[in-house]
Design a protein around this ligand. Structure first.
Ligand code: PMP
Length: 357
């Protein structure tokens, strides 16, 4: 294809790369191991919903039933919710609503790639404040950068992907109060942190937006359902760029069903949290690797010089973990926590590769 046909910003653009999967055990994408359709109560409601769906009719533009179910879950007004095909779609909408070419998006590093990727598509610039040693967010650095640049959009990922670090809400509030412009807090993993959400800041600070997803703790990554929570004026603003019928009828129906059965689904989430804490405690005494504390369903591991050999050995053991291209992250893996069986297999591969581990 003629490269000149492309929008200028896309000429040297590297798309978000999804690793090809050949392994049987996939712990590279923070998915749940549990199929919620195996819960009889969920399956019963899903079958009933399927029987009454009308695929010949366009879906509700603002996903009213789902919106109400989310609002009920979070104890907010439905006018504060906008649902999309995963948090990813909502991120795209937010970037398209608030950023012009050359505008600044401020975030921290390392973090989730999509903010920078979407900003780059429209020609906005990302400025990232690097974490302090040990992957602690540099809150003073972020605060200074907000005051210096007054970025059109600031994004804080909390708990952060890939580090797993949870921010004190007071630090998020500091950034929000310093910023004259919108601040997006990405809480895709907040159900695993069980901490107070930045949603509680929205009444006081109308520039706050929060993203959540059903892909992680609700185990519905394949269904594509995420949403933003913000003051209704912000929701109306972002609705301007939303495609009219963005969310299909299946997602609208099944998303609401998952939320209705959250108590049962969260038992699985609770098991993952317990396994995460158990496994991290076990790994922290293993020589030759370093693991970082996590408030999510994954954790970061530094395997130092053993990283290439360990990645290959895991692959041979049919286990896929997430590794990073950037030189400063080359020795790191991000490992999704699923079950004790899987984790014990990971540990035995670590012990095979690293002498005296
Ligand atoms: N935010 C963060 C921090 C994520 O890690 C992800 C998924 N990898 C998302 C948002 C988007 O998730 P989804 O589109 O599946 O809702």
């Amino acid at each position: 294809m003629n490269n000149n046909w492309l929008r200028k910003t896309l000429k040297d653009f590297a798309p978000y790369a999804v690793a090809p999967i050949h392994e049987k055990t996939v712990i590279n994408a923070n998915e749940s191991y549990f199929n919620i359709l195996s819960l009889p109560s969920v399956m019963k409601d899903a079958e009933e919903a399927l029987a009454s769906l009308k695929p010949q009719i366009y879906p509700a533009p603002m996903a009213d039933t789902l919106r109400e179910a989310i609002a009920d879950y979070l104890s907010v007004d439905p006018s504060w919710i906008l649902a999309g095909n995963g948090g990813d779609e909502v991120i795209t909408y937010i970037i398209n609503t608030f950023l012009d070419p050359e505008d600044i998006l401020l975030t921290h590093a390392p973090t989730f790639d999509m903010y920078d990727t979407e900003a780059a598509v429209i020609g906005a610039k990302t400025i990232s404040v690097p974490d302090l040693p040990g992957f602690k967010r540099d809150w003073d650095g972020i605060a200074k950068a907000v005051e210096k640049y007054q970025p059109k959009l600031t994004v804080l990922c909390d708990p952060n992907n890939p580090t797993g670090e949870l921010a004190p809400l007071s630090e998020i509030e500091r950034i929000v109060s310093l910023s004259k412009n919108p601040v997006l807090v990405d809480e895709a993993y907040m159900e695993f942190a069980q901490a107070e959400s930045a949603i509680s800041l929205i009444k006081k600070y109308p520039n706050v937006m929060v993203i959540r997803t059903l892909s992680k703790a609700f185990g519905l990554a394949g269904m594509r359902c995420g949403y933003m929570v913000a003051d209704s004026d912000m929701i109306d603003a972002v609705s301007k760029v939303k495609s009219p019928y963005n969310l299909n009828i299946f997602t609208q129906a099944f998303g609401a069903i998952a939320l209705k059965h959250r108590d049962e689904i969260f038992k699985v989430r609770d098991g993952i949290i317990a396994e995460r804490d158990r496994f991290l405690a076990e790994l922290s005494s293993v020589n030759g690797i370093r693991v970082y504390p996590s408030s999510t369903n994954f954790f970061l591991m530094d395997a130092g010089t053993y990283a290439p050999a360990l990645f290959e050995a895991l692959r041979k053991a049919d286990i896929l973990v997430k590794k990073y291209k950037s030189p400063e992250m080359a020795s790191f893996f991000r490992i999704t926590v699923t079950t004790k069986d899987v984790d014990e297999r990971v540990l035995s591969v670590i012990r095979e590769v690293i002498p005296n581990a």
